[in-house]
Design a binder for this molecule. Sequence first.
Ligand code: NDP
Length: 475
Amino acid sequence: MAAHQEKKLAAERKHKNLQNDTKASQGQWGRAWEVDWFSLASILFLLMFAPLMVYYFIMCCDQYWCSLTDPLLGLLMGNKHLSDIWNKTPTLTYRAAGIYSLWVTFQVVLNVFIPDFCSTFLPGYVGGVQEGAVTPAGVVNKYEINGLQAWIITHVLWFANAYCFHVFSPTIIFDNWIPLLWCANILGYAVSTFAMIKGYFFPTNAKDCKFTGNFFYDYMMGIEFNPRIGKWFDFKLFFNGRPGIVAWTLINLSYAAKQQELYGEVTNSMILVNVLQGIYVLDFFWNEAWYLKTIDICHDHFGWYLGWGDCVWLPYLYTLQGLYLVYHPVQLCTAHAIGILTLGLLGYYIFRVTNHQKDLFRRTNGNCKIWGKKPQYIECSYVSVGGTKYYSKLLTSGFWGWARHFNYTGDLMGSLAYCLACGFQHILPYFYIVYMTILLTHRCLRDEHRCLSKYGKDWKRYTAAVPYRLLPGIF
Ligand code: NDP
């Protein structure tokens, strides 16, 4: 009898906690309503310089054998003019426009018209119609999770073409890399501009729109929370996953094919980059339903930051290692290659297990085992915008007892492994680890600021119990 009552109480508590999470979050998430001068300055800086930066990196590979300093030194010493560099830059071509249009259309078709079938035969895979987190306006969107099959179909076709049909060369992406950059930019700007107009005139959910009154901030950070066309075409899920992440592994394959064509072999460093980044990409699609609960989907609005970022920044800068290896085919000694593989796999293991531990702990309300034991946690409370007090839990065992963001640490270890595979001749391939360190450290500080204002003294108890953020004993 007592056990039955306890079960009932636990179920009620769980239900209450879920409601609590929902209500409180409505007051906490989403982007700012007001713009301070620092945010505005950062946004203007990014709007102006991020596209130039992408161009600069790709141009350095194309014209300067991946040296980041040579073009700058040439310009500073007067040996080169901007016009020399620009005149040598490939322009937009009909061929690239055709390839890009076909590619995006194909991904739209896979996204909208082919419902998930992977969940029918892959044990443990969660696909099909899934619910996202509640939005600030209290809407729970439904998503068709079918990214894994889109990835599989695209790659099967890619290999079928490379080995059987020979309709196009497997080096097609590399061979058109700069003309494709112009296409990606056109789509990135078009989709961000469309999203802005849509936010004003025909939003999917007017209550989830945010206007700051500052044109640049709204353009960059987005107005609509979850812009959609029709029932299933969701801008955030599509642009991040499809032109962005499905393309990532294809781009790497194209680089490997180029190495084969140029040097008659694919180096072990290129194989390492393809394998380690391939695991990361596959993990993303295997856990696409979990992605619905991350900051990108739960907090960010859809503007230039996500629209242009997914079309241009992600495919061009996340794949710099493979591009570099086409120009510098590094062959690693066995010990170096094993060291990198171990670091990459260890990083991935930490990333995945840490994310899984939190997910399991929150899903079961603590009724689970972490590393074979009952989880340890700190009971915490927070007050919603309506003034009601609610309860939640912060896990302090497993990897969450080592550091407060050990999932980021794993991600950074993996990122470092990709860079180390490129040897030590140039800094260009190391851009990724520098960028990820800034991104995840900033994210960590932003998240902790939010958690402190949400949990107050309970968050302080948690930080006293788990004193480090990323590296136990150091930071
Ligand atoms: P997390 O998955 O770490 O989620 C942070 C939230 O988890 C907090 O706001 C808090 O939310 C809750 N939380 C914090 N501590 C605890 C705890 N001890 N126990 C239970 N819940 C806790 O963050 P992200 O969504 O940023 O990242 C998800 C993954 O995506 C990471 O592994 C990251 O590395 C990766 N990533 C990769 C990027 C890339 O470009 N490659 C970019 C960004 C992320 P609450 O309010 O519910 O308590």
